[in-house]
Design a protein around this ligand. Structure first.
Ligand SMILES: Cc1ncc(COP(=O)(O)O)c(/C=N\OC[C@@H]2NC(=O)[C@H](CON)NC2=O)c1O
Length: 423
């Protein structure tokens, strides 16, 4: 596989950036493949190699690359100015459209990333309740905010290990609960009940396997929060795309506050906090100094707002259903290829999201992760881009042809990985 130009770019990058990188998720060893452009479901790298993009920037690009309606909306917005020290009409229009997506989105507020939206949702819960502690799922990822950068690496154990440098004063206010384990979760939550501001969950947490939350577990969390006054926060930055009204509605549950990002603008920087009025009131500056002041130079900038409005217009119930069916086709095809290869790996996901979970190391590989990384590179050689930890998704420009191409490449790449392990 020709990656000469990527190698040359990386050699320059390491001179001016730590490890030549600005985003851990896009680093690959020995160096990442650099992309030149994207169009629809396909991307072209700097060496001219075209691939079908099933990663879509960590599932953000639900309408693929350079969708004509998205480009038109963003270009028109840019032509009138990229940001202002005043609100713009499109912020109101987009807030109305987003609020209409779910009955619990009574009030919405915009940020420029999912990380910021998680941070503001947690701070809102702390401001509303006056309590310091938060609970999160063991192993789940919620972005870079230090209060949630605790036990977020997919390990799943209940030890509150944290990212390097996270101070004890932060880590001690974050407790972790076992995913989809009602009794185990309640045992932890009851121990901290009078100090808990919120229970923060991802209803389809990708780092611990991309399995959906069970109704039993969600009901147990809902009842705990109703009883103790802690807020139930659903972080749907990644999982919102599983249903027109979002993941919690699809799973038969309700959150007090929902965090959104990625697909709600599908390409421009975005984050959103959407919740019941009584909880969002901490942000309200119209009745004197707000309990929780919150600003950000690009919050609700008209380019992101226009991108968001275009994305929601394209995200119809029919579009959701179609990409959900294609997601299931991809999951079934991958399970068949793994069975044919004699591998016990899992294929999980919901709707248009999927993830291959390497559960064992094939012959010749010293870990399942090493085999997964080998599969990532083989798929790149075979014309497919998907996450190096197995995460992938369907975009609206895709059809059965792209899924068939993916299935064929997945089967071929799997055989090549196993053959190399045996060699
Ligand atoms: C549930 C959830 N909450 C918050 C965030 C942060 O949003 P962001 O600041 O807009 O990236 C995210 C962001 N990205 O998650 C997808 C994926 N998750 C990851 O763990 C990796 C990083 O490590 N491999 N990179 C990714 O982009 C998220 O999934």
């Amino acid at each position: 596989m020709n990656t000469e130009k990527s190698a040359a770019l990386y050699a320059r990058a390491v001179e001016v950036m730590p490890g030549g990188n600005s985003r851990t998720a896009v680093y690959s060893s020995p160096y990442p493949v650099y992309v030149r452009s994207g169009s629809g479901a396909r991307v072209t790298d700097v060496d001219g190699v075209e691939r079908i993009d099933f990663l879509n920037n960590s599932t953000t690009l639900i309408h693929g690359h350079a969708h004509p309606e998205m480009v038109e909306a963003i270009a028109a917005a840019v032509g009138h100015g990229t940001s202002f020290g005043m609100p713009t009409p499109v912020e109101v229009e987009y807030a109305e459209a987003l609020s209409a997506r779910n009955a619990t989105f009574e009030h919405v507020r915009f940020t420029s990333s999912g990380t910021e939206a998680v941070m503001m949702a947690v701070q809102a819960a702390r401001a509303h309740t006056g309590r310091p502690k938060i609970a999160k799922i063991a192993g789940a990822y919620h972005g870079a905010y230090d209060a949630v950068a605790v036990n977020n690496d997919g390990s799943g154990n209940l030890i509150s290990h944290a990212v390097t440098g996270n101070p004890e004063g932060v880590v001690s206010n974050t407790v972790v609960i076992p995913f989809n384990d009602p009794e185990g979760s309640l045992e932890v939550l009851r121990r901290h009940a009078d100090e808990l501001a919120c229970v923060l969950i991802d209803p389809v947490p990708w780092r611990i396997g991309l399995l959906p939350a069970s109704k039993e577990w969600l009901d147990a969390l809902r009842e705990f929060c109703d009883t103790t006054g802690a807020l139930l926060i659903s972080d749907e930055v990644g999982s919102y795309r599983v249903g027109y009204h979002g993941a919690m509605e699809l799973l038969g549950a309700e959150a007090d506050i929902t965090v959104l990002g990625k697909v709600i603008a599908a390409g421009m920087p975005i984050g959103a906090v959407a919740g019941r009025r009584r909880f969002m009131g901490v942000f309200d500056p119209s009745k004197g100094k707000p309990a929780l002041p919150h600003s950000g130079s690009y919050n609700a900038n008209p380019v992101s707002m226009s991108s968001g409005l275009a994305s929601l217009r394209l995200l119809t119930p029919e579009a959701h259903e179609r990409i959900g069916l294609l997601g299931e086709q991809a999951r079934v095809a991958m399970r068949g290829a793994l069975a044919d290869a004699g591998l016990d790996w899992e294929v999980n996901g919901l709707g248009s999201l999927f993830r291959v979970v390497a559960t064992s190391a094939p012959a010749g590989y010293d870990s399942s992760a090493a085999a997964m990384k080998a599969l990532y590179w083989k798929l790149l050689e075979n014309g497919i881009h998907v996450g190096d930890s197995g995460l992938g998704c369907i975009s609206t420009p895709m059809g059965e042809e792209e899924v068939a191409e993916y299935a064929a490449a997945f089967s071929t790449s799997l055989d090549q990985v196993l053959a190399e392990g045996r060699a």
